[in-house]
Each structure stands twice: as C-alpha cells, then as structure tokens.
Write a protein that binds this ligand. Sequence first.
Ligand code: NAD
Length: 367
Amino acid sequence: MSKKFRICTLPGDGIGPEIMEQALRVLDKIGELYDCEFEYDEELIGGCAIDAVDNPWPEKTEKAALDSDAVLLAAVGGKKWDHGEKRPEQGLLALRKSMNAYCNLRPVSIFEPLIDSSTLKPDVIRGVDLMIVRELTGGIYFGRRNTSSDVEGAGVNGTKGWRAYDTMEYSEYEIERIARYAFEMARKRRSHVTSVDKANVLDSSKLWRKVVHELGEAEYPDVELDDMLVDAAAMQLVKNPGFFDVILTENTFGDILSDEASMISGSLGMLASASLGSKTPIFEPCHGSAPDIAGQGIANPLAQILSVAMMLRYAFDMPEAADSIENAVDEVLKAGWLTRDLAGEGADESKILNTVEMGDKVIAALK
Ligand code: NAD
C-alpha cells in the first residue's frame, strides 16, 4: 500500500502562490516516482487572511495545520498591511507558537554553479556545508517587555521621557531540548557542534553554556563541542565558514547569524528552512514575499522546492526522495539554467527562466 501524507499548504502573499504552485508540481512528481500520495489542504495566512477574514491566523488554518502531517508555507507580508493594527507577521509567529515549533533548522551550503553569485570569495565558501540549529520560541522575542512614558530622568537633559525594555529569559528545559536536537543532528553529519552565546556578559548565556556542556558530556561525548561568542561567530562566518558543522544558538543570535550565513549561498532565493517541535512541523523558504516582483512570474521557486526536500527528509522520512530533489536542482544549475535573481552581470539571457520554466526543469531532472 502506498504511503499517504496530508499537507497543510499556506501560499500566503506576494510571490507565495507562484512559488508554491511549482513546489506542489514537484511534490506530485515525487509521489509518482516514490509511490506515495500527498493530499493538500490549502489555507489562508498573513495578509490574504486579513483581507478575507480580518485575522492573519484564522482558526480554520490552525485546525488544518494541527490535523496535518506537515505545514508547507511560502511567505507573508506586503506594504498594503504595513500600517494596520493586524499584521501578516502575526500569523507567522502564531503558527510557530501553535505548532510549538521550538527548533529552527537552516542548512547553508553552496551550489557550485552559483559560487560567483555570493559576495564572498569562492575560496572562502567552496565546500561549505553547515546547519544552523536555532531556538525559536524563547528568548527576547517572547520575553517580558514594556514601554513607559514620563519616566524620571529618561528624557534628554535629565527630564522625564520614554523608556523601553525587553528581557531575554531561558529555562533549563528550553536549552536542553534544543541542544539535544543539535547533538543528534551533528551525529548524522560531521559530529561537531559550535554553541554560540554571549556568556562573557549575559546570565541567560551562562546558563545556556552550562546546560549544553552538561548534556554534551553526559550523553554525547562522541560529538566535539566548542563555544563561540556571538560576535566572534559573526566574524568567523564570513572569514572561515568551513569551520562550522552544526551551529547551536538562541533565538535572536540565530536570527541574525542565519541571515548573515544566507549570503554564503549566493541568494536568498535558494535557502530553505524547517521549524520542528512537538506538533506539526513547518517547512518554508527563508525569503519573504518579495512584493517588488510579485505577479510577474519571475520569482525563483528553488527555496520553496528545497523546502519540500526538507519536508520529505525531516517529516516523512523519505531521504532518497529528498536527495532526488536536491540533485535535480544541482543538475539544473550545472546545466547553466538560472532565474533572474541568480543571474549575475553579463549572464546569458537565453539561460534565464521564469518561475514555471524553472519548475519544469526541476521536474524533468527528478529521478
Ligand atoms: P524579501 O525576502 O521578500 O525580498 C528581498 C529581496 O529579495 C527582494 O528584492 C526580492 O525581490 C528578492 N527575493 C526574495 N525572494 C525571492 C525569490 N524567491 N525569487 C527572486 N527574488 C527574491 O524581503 P523584504 O523585501 O525585506 O520583505 C518583503 C515582505 O516579506 C515584508 O512584508 C516582510 O515582512 C515579509 N517577510 C516575510 C517573511 C516570511 O514570510 N517568512 C520573511 C521575511 C520577510
């Protein structure tokens, strides 16, 4: 009997629907090649959900996501909703919270044909293959915060003024569960975890370091563990990214470092991510809704397609099918095919594909 999976698809805003369409075509082909069935439940999130039901995270979407084997998300957001009280990004945070998706995985590697698209020197990035394991539901983005007016001495020249604060808090259990993920991931890779913190200053980082080391020594003595301060890690990522195998870090540091690391791969249009936790896992590209090119049919669908590969690997335990997609993307790029965002100056115009044509090429290369 063939395997059957239910996927909640969330195309969202901007280029979202265009790239989602190609990803689902690829998935349908995988279904034929690997004898399995994918059932899609398309729902609203973000700006389109605000327009339709005045809520960026409708109850119906939440129910569909909870009832599925995986959530495949494209992107949300756009100028239209930038100044409203209800924001598309609220839908994203609610999705992660509702799925208790505390672990964000971002693989960063370079497809050899794109090596010149990166702003970093080819010799620095050739062969880079790292995984960022970022804590996603704790830290400063979810901590206590406040803004007060008329605070004595907060104004300029000692007058009354505004003051705001945010707090970075971590509990032992939050650190332990994400660290465990990183160690397990490292075992399947090159057995090296670099834990990134700011333990020379922050209490939350001191606890982070203590818990990570206790776990490493007790249960993962076979995995090499080193610590790096976040400022040094930011430097090392552009100086010698080949040093890293698995980077384990908290929410805010991971947010910043993963965008920095995205430059290694040459384009935002190539990066996929997974957010895993105790409920339905979420798979999505790292880029946003690219409103500047929405509706033109020129968006790069590869990060969305590579998110499908991550879904097959991490949610459906189908590593061969995931490899098939990644190899197909590599083959298409090796043959010189590009989308507009990947084409550098002087690129051969006859090799530049639109969104649907890129989908066609990947499908044709699937094995
Ligand atoms: P963006 O990632 O949407 O776009 C940045 C630049 O990269 C743009 O020039 C865009 O055209 C280009 N780009 C991005 N993805 C591309 C693709 N697949 N193919 C070709 N070119 C691509 O970031 P932004 O412009 O800062 O944000 C636009 C909107 O997206 C905002 O509303 C923002 O809040 C939202 N956003 C959403 C997510 C998400 O849904 N996860 C993430 C980031 C930003």
